[in-house]
Design a binder for this molecule. Structure first.
Ligand code: FE2
Length: 251
């Protein structure tokens, strides 16, 4: 039986990704998938992409992959600055050309969504795979949530908001911090936000990911050396310092 580690929003944070992969190994996960935003914001796009190519069964396209592949449209200034810097890192002649090509092809061929049996994997929303934010308060808009759940056969996994938790039809959002232990999968539909590995924003600075075995959903929070990541960001002039400072707060 598969025991899948579902990661999202790594954002070029090598320390967080390494800690999560080690935890997934200890948790006896059989495979690792990623819901996009592997790059952007953080200081280690090449190292993280190297690990992604080696480790992930699939890796979806997020809005930050789109921002680097095309134009960072609709980004705030910090996200935009990091997108231009990331693009230069992946295209620079200072690095081996064949590896640049490999990274670029990986990003270009990343799928917008994956559907396996009745499980949908998407970066942002079943209605708009890379951009739409399904925030926790969306649960108070029943018409909108009906449209979201109409696109879900049974279970969908997403990321993008960096706010982990579970949406059920006609129920309030349940934040990850209020879910203890295994969350059982029943016959009803579910939309699970797996949170963010490399830039959590729910006030808990630990990396977040989900383990799914077909019957249960388990959220994992993993401490990592965020100070080291923040120091690297500080040393890179073109990356706004705030991107490192926020890692300490988990906001
Ligand atoms: Fe993201």
């Amino acid at each position: 039986m598969r025991r899948t580690a579902i990661l999202s929003d790594i954002h070029s944070n090598l320390e967080a990704l390494e800690a999560v992969l080690e935890d997934a190994r200890q948790q006896r996960c059989t495979d690792v998938v990623c819901l996009g935003d592997v790059i952007g914001y953080g200081p280690n796009p090449r190292q993280v992409l190297r690990l992604a190519l080696r480790t992930f069964r699939f890796c979806l396209r997020g809005n930050h992959e789109e921002g680097v592949l095309f134009e960072p449209v609709g980004f705030n200034w910090k996200a935009e600055a990091s997108a231009w810097w990331t693009r230069d890192q992946l295209k620079s002649k200072r690095f081996p050309g064949n590896e640049n090509q490999k990274f670029w092809a990986y990003l270009q061929h990343s799928p917008l969504y994956v559907e396996e049996d009745s499980v949908l994997y998407v970066h942002a929303s079943p209605l708009d795979p890379t951009k739409e934010y399904i925030m926790p308060e969306a649960c108070y808009n029943p018409e909108y949530m009906r449209a979201v759940f109409a696109r879900i056969k049974r279970i969908a996994f997403g990321g993008h908001t960096h706010l982990p938790g579970i949406f059920l039809p006609d129920r309030p959002f349940t934040a990850q911090s209020r879910i203890h232990g295994n969350f059982p999968v029943t016959d009803g539909k579910l939309f699970v936000n797996v949170g963010s590995v490399g830039q959590p924003r729910d006030g808990d600075r630990r990396a977040c990911y989900v383990i799914f075995d077909g019957r249960h959903i388990v959220f994992r929070r993993v401490a990592y050396n965020f100070r080291r990541t923040a120091r690297k960001i500080k040393r890179i002039k073109r990356l706004p310092n705030a991107l490192g400072a926020r890692l300490a707060l988990g906001l």
